[in-house]
Design a protein around this ligand. Structure first.
Ligand code: ATP
Ligand code: MG
Length: 782
């Protein structure tokens, strides 16, 4: 049974229980918006709604999973199984697959990533004889993406004089033609890009009212988190699906940070104009952060002119002041951060999982990673989708994509001659030309090259035939094997395995391919648990991978510091937050010179960063930063001066950092490895195994378990014991000790875990603390 009164305040309860009118919850950071959505879903389920009647749209798929987990804790296991929950993109991909035939696609259409899309544009620019320095793929793709997210189709694009004038001024006046051709080629390849997942859904519902009605009737209630970051297409689809206004959206205009991707703050501001009789609930109490952090955040956002005024307040403790620390260089900045972490972990027993390091750009992570590795501090990194962007992973996935959709030109181009099989670029060029002349996919051109005008010699035709047979064989196998077995078969039979085995430098690539297999197995398992499906399909897996967001990656959950961009941190919370690179031109980024609107967006981003912290926030900047291949002299961020001075720790605002760093001289603690992919990397899984080895640490044992590792593994298993030998003598449960800082206390439990053995002590003055024996400074007093 749900006990709302115990878990929510009055405004939150109102937001949860109000279901007979469109509802807009507009509230500051940490005020419980996501919590309201979670309880609201549980409330709906308790009040007669069926799971499949609820559509819950979140910013990441991980957030959706977490929400479901919490709901099950509240009202019982299995209750969320058939809820439609996930990101806009993943939910609409699912609907589009079901309805694909109505828009000229097959249910197995491919989702092109940015690299695929840019490669198509590159080909079109060449085909049209345009200058590739002016018509840069990234630039053109962003124009197309902007048009799609505003639901502007190629003809309307060409007819829009404002757009055409703007493009002419930028010397890209042919963009509308590229856009048109780009859509044709994607359709021919049975492929959609990310923006198509929204655009096509909109068109599907617009042009097939029966289908729109089917979904609008099915979803009796729609919930959307982070509404301030929806774009126009998403906003319109929501309107198509909720004509009756059975909808609740939550958001914070002060946290709108995706306008560069077409997000429109106006969607939240105009919500009540779009939905008649909208009720608005404001939440103003922040439950996440200390008073000091909330005050600091308020003082930052107050500098923005465009905002809905809110009085956000906290009833938590006053808390620590915010530290501002300057470093000489980015390298020193990273060392300082790592020392602070070591110290917080050892001295204050802050869990590594409760610490996050944020930065404005991914490039900043390198120096920080290095410093953490030096200190043997394990970390996970949410950055880009580096694992799935690796060549060996993309190669395997391209084969998988071809199995599902042989018309996927980009996948075919990638593997037609990998591993090398004598089909060179000249042949590919001829096939491409034939496909282009006949308006068909490359796959079709490969099937009938001669008929389609590709002049290939007999030898080449033979090689091409073998390749086609190989893919056909894979397609057959996929019907009978489960997805892990099917992928293994592809890796061996395609020749990839052999290629990686014969290359001496391929150890890490082989590990990555293993990791891919592990991720597929994990996916299948999760699918079984979550939806009760017997076996997951390859197509489902590929959809999931192509729609992963930065924070969606899972890992083994072992204690690690989290590294990510501020954008990726949206919606998350940690005890301790470091915000690094607080420099003019970096945060705020250079774009802010362009307009005051850009500066305000950067400021909202800073507001998001600070409001992730529950207890502690440390801001760092450096005087010299290595950027764009050279060392630049930096000024501190103007944002630092915008923070209410009473919220800052004055003593920390000093030159250099030495004074603030109180790490022991060796600085190193614990041992072990780190996650390099930020995903389920074999290395991250091995961290526990490596723990307890010599303090030089940091090297990763190979995957196979050697005798030594087995030994370490057993060393690693924690068990409760009555007494343990320590550098301070033998300590037993019940004994009294005196600790250097915490004073006197009684030993409650002892966990033996090799070099990670810990004692839990109930101190007379400071309560219970868990201490790592190897570092704990204490003496036995009775
Ligand atoms: N009534 C409440 N009682 C106890 N804890 C609460 C309450 N409301 C919210 N919280 C807690 O406060 C924290 C912030 O809540 P939540 O993440 O839902 O806020 P939010 O408004 O979604 O924040 P953001 O704007 O960053 O997305 C969470 O840890 C949540 O569990
Ligand atoms: Mg939230």
């Amino acid at each position: 049974m749900l006990e709302l009164e115990k878990e929510l305040n009055a405004s939150q309860i109102k937001a949860v229980t109000l279901t007979d009118a469109p509802l807009l919850v507009i509230a500051g950071a940490g005020s419980g918006k996501t919590r309201v959505l979670t309880y609201k879903v549980a409330y709906l389920l308790e009040n007669g709604y069926k799971p499949w009647e609820i559509l819950s749209l979140t910013f990441t798929n991980k957030a959706a999973r977490e929400m479901n987990r919490r709901i099950e804790q509240l009202i019982g296991e299995g209750r969320t199984r058939h809820i439609w929950s996930g990101t806009f993109h993943s939910i609409f991909a699912r609907i589009l697959r079901q309805e694909a035939a109505n828009i000229g696609y097959s249910p197995n259409f491919t989702i092109y990533d940015t690299t695929d899309s840019q490669s198509v544009i590159r080909r079109i620019v060449k085909e049209m004889g345009l200058d590739d320095k002016t018509y840069k793929p990234a630039r053109i793709l962003s124009c197309i993406s902007e048009a799609k997210s505003r639901l502007v189709l190629p003809d309307a694009y060409a007819a829009d004089t404002a757009i055409m004038r703007r493009n002419a001024a930028r010397n890209i006046s042919e963009t509308h033609r590229i856009y048109k051709r780009y859509n044709e080629l994607l359709q021919q390849s049975d492929a959609m890009d990310f923006d198509d997942l929204l655009l096509m859904t909109f068109l599907l519902f617009r042009d097939h009212d029966d289908i729109r009605r089917k979904y609008a009737d099915r979803f009796r209630y729609i919930l959307v988190d982070e509404y301030q970051d929806t774009n126009y297409a998403q906003h319109r689809i929501v309107m198509q699906l909720a004509p009756g206004g059975c909808i609740c959206v939550v958001g914070d205009d002060a946290q709108s940070i995706y306008s560069f991707r077409g997000a429109n703050i106006g969607n939240i501001l105009s919500f009540s104009d779009q939905f008649k009789d909208t009720k608005i609930v404001k939440l103003e109490r922040n439950y996440r952060s200390t008073k000091n952090i909330v005050r600091a955040a308020n003082s930052i956002i107050a500098h923005n002119k465009r905002q809905i005024h809110k009085d956000v307040f906290s009833e938590e403790a006053e808390g620590e002041k915010i530290k501002v620390i300057s470093a000489y260089s980015d390298k020193e900045e990273a060392i300082i951060v790592s020392k602070f972490i070591g110290n917080y972990h050892l001295r204050d027993h802050t869990e590594l999982n409760d610490i996050a390091i944020l930065y404005r750009t991914n490039a900043q992570s390198r120096a920080i990673e290095e410093a953490l590795r030096d200190k043997n501090i394990p970390y996970r990194i949410y950055s880009g989708l580096s694992f799935y962007q690796r060549k060996e992973i993309k190669d395997v996935i391209a084969y998988l994509r071809l199995i599902i959709n042989p018309h996927d030109d980009e996948a075919l181009r990638r593997v037609i001659n990998y591993p090398a099989r004598g089909i060179g670029s000249t042949t590919l060029g001829k096939l491409q030309q034939a496909a282009s002349d006949n308006g068909c996919s490359l796959w079709e051109a490969c099937q009938h090259p001669t008929e389609m005008g590709a002049d290939l010699n007999k030898g080449t035709l033979g090689k091409l035939g073998i390749f086609l047979q190989l893919i056909d064989d894979f397609r057959e196998k996929e019907k009978t094997l489960d997805i892990v077995e099917a992928t293994k078969y592809v890796v061996t039979t395609s020749g990839i395995q052999n290629d990686l085995l014969t290359d001496d430098d391929s150890e890490s690539k082989r590990q990555n391919v293993d990791e891919l297999l592990a991720s597929i197995a994990h996916f299948a398992e999760e699918r079984r648990e979550m939806s009760g499906e017997e076996s997951a399909s390859l197509s489902q897996y590929l959809t999931e991978v192509s729609l992963l967001t930065d924070t969606d990656k899972t890992d083994d959950g072992s204690p690690k510091v989290t590294l990510m961009t501020v954008h990726a941190a949206k919606g998350l919370e940690y005890d301790t937050i470091f915000i690094t690179g607080m420099e003019e031109g970096l945060f705020p980024s250079e774009s802010h010179f362009a307009s005051s609107a850009e500066l305000e967006e950067e400021r909202r981003l800073f507001y998001v960063a600070v409001t992730r912290a529950k207890k502690r926030c440390i801001l760092t900047w450096c005087k010299n930063r290595f950027r764009y291949g050279k060392t630049e002299i930096c000024d501190p961020s103007p944002f630092l001066d915008e923070i209410d001075a009473s919220c800052l720790d004055k003593s920390s605002k000093t030159e250099g950092a030495g004074k603030n760093v109180f790490m022991n001289s060796t600085g190193s603690y614990g041992t072990g490895s780190f996650s390099i992919f930020g995903t389920r990397s074999s290395k991250s899984n091995n961290w526990h195994r490596a723990t307890g080895s010599s303090s030089s640490g940091g090297t990763v044992p190979p995957r196979s378990t050697t005798g030594l590792q087995r030994l370490r593994k057993s060393d690693d298993t924690a068990r409760n014991v009555d007494s343990i030998s320590t550098p301070n003598g033998i300590v037993s449960v019940g004994q009294r000790i005196e600790h250097g800082r915490f004073g006197e206390g009684r030993v409650k439990t002892i966990e033996e875990e090799g070099s990670n053995s810990k004692i839990t002590v109930v101190f007379d003055n400071v309560g219970e603390k868990k201490l790592l024996i190897k570092y704990a400074a204490f003496r036995i007093i009775g």
